[in-house]
Design a protein around this ligand. Structure first.
Ligand code: UPU
Ligand code: MG
Length: 344
């Protein structure tokens, strides 16, 4: 079949069959969050030794999707009682604050080393967010996790995405399909040369859902850490309705939206204002700003703009260079023929 622009488009019956195979395959795996609860306990014990006032909160994919996909890492933010009480507060960005966060993570790394001497540990201080990266255990019992300190934004943005994904039964499936595709195409930063994080892809999914009015706007201020549980409840996934028809339609429409409707020259994917209302102009994400802006020496691009809902003036799509944008378009065109490679 040919689309408006003359490109080949996969037949929707094939897409539905492939989508339904994908879902069955996911559902045949373990998706409950018990393994995460076990890591949470181990990390809590170590945190307790370093500072009994600090509580490790789980965020990232476990919180966003409400399931644990085997092999995906777990994210922890260790928060103080003040961080939690002031659960809508902005995260500190000063070098002093980052230094204090690193100190805590260093002390935590010493305890983790002592308690779990086989786990691999790396403290990454020089990034925008200091993080302790841990690879623990071997084989089926292996766990990898990232720990940050005194940062609420990850907890809040995960709760925000979760609040969207629970509004529409197909949303979590779409997120999982898009994540898998972004990794296979090399567009996901978890792959060498990738340019958009899974977090960025999730914002893109939500922005698409908002644009299509499949979900309603969740005010970003409504996410308050004081109301969020340290361990997010498990939300079992269900087989999509009508043999995956609605999901198949949504998947193809997602690709069409980003290929033919979204206007990267002017528009910003944003969850802060009503969908479609945020422009590059408004945020001063212009060519001139691009020529000036650097984060730790790295150039910031404003070619594919995804506004972070909680960070000030941060483009989650900043690593999309003009060349990567061209690749993104090529992969989207190919996704239209192959239903995100499900038919490739
Ligand atoms: O908020 C962000 N902004 C980003 O640019 C990237 C990630 N995140 C949050 O971390 C978001 O909530 C996402 O679901 C979660 C997990 O991302 P992941 O698995 O890449 O792990 C991150 C790790 C390596 O980049 O450092 C997080 O554990 C941590 N990180 C943050 O907590 C990184 C950037 C950041 N916040 O802003
Ligand atoms: Mg992580």
């Amino acid at each position: 079949m040919k689309g408006k622009s003359g490109r080949s488009i996969a037949a929707i019956s094939d897409v539905r069959a492939a989508v339904s195979r994908f879902c069955d395959e996911q559902l045949s795996r373990r998706l409950d969050t018990q393994p995460v609860a076990e890591v949470h306990q181990k990390v809590s014990a170590c945190v307790q030794t370093v500072d009994p006032a600090m509580t490790p909160y789980i965020f990232g994919s476990t919180a966003v999707l409400g399931v644990h996909e085997q092999g995906s890492d777990v994210d922890f933010a260790c928060l103080s009682p003040t961080d939690v009480q002031d659960g809508k507060g902005a995260d500190a960005v000063s070098e002093v604050a980052k230094g204090l966060q690193s100190d805590f993570l260093f002390r935590l790394s010493e305890v983790v080393k002592r308690e779990h001497y086989l786990w691999g540990i790396e403290l990454v201080r020089r990034t925008r967010v200091p993080v302790l990266r841990v690879k623990g255990g071997l084989g089926v019992d292996s766990v990898s996790f990232d720990v940050t300190a005194n940062r609420r934004n990850g907890v809040r943005n995960s709760a925000l995405l979760r609040a969207y994904f629970t509004q529409c039964p197909e949303a979590r499936w779409l997120s999982m399909l898009v994540k898998q595709w972004s990794k296979r195409t090399g567009l996901n930063t978890s792959v060498d040369g990738g340019c958009i994080t899974s977090y960025g892809w999730n914002i893109m999914v939500v922005y698409y859902l908002l644009r299509r009015r499949l979900v309603t706007l969740v005010p970003v201020e409504s996410c308050d850490v004081a109301d969020i549980a340290p361990m997010p409840p498990y939300m079992p996934l269900e087989t999509p309705q009508q043999g995956g028809q609605a999901l198949a339609d949504m998947l193809m429409d997602f690709v069409r939206y980003y290929l033919d409707e979204f206007a990267p020259e002017t528009e910003v994917m944003s969850l802060t204002r009503a969908a479609g209302e945020t422009t590059k102009e408004m945020l001063s994400w212009t060519k001139q700003a691009e020529d000036m802006a650097r984060i730790r020496g790295e150039k910031i691009h404003y070619r594919w703009c995804i506004e972070d809902p909680y960070e000030y003036d941060l483009n989650v799509g900043r690593n999309v260079t003009p060349f990567k944008l061209m690749l993104l378009r090529k992969h989207l065109e190919r996704a239209q023929e192959t239903a995100l490679l499900l038919l490739a």
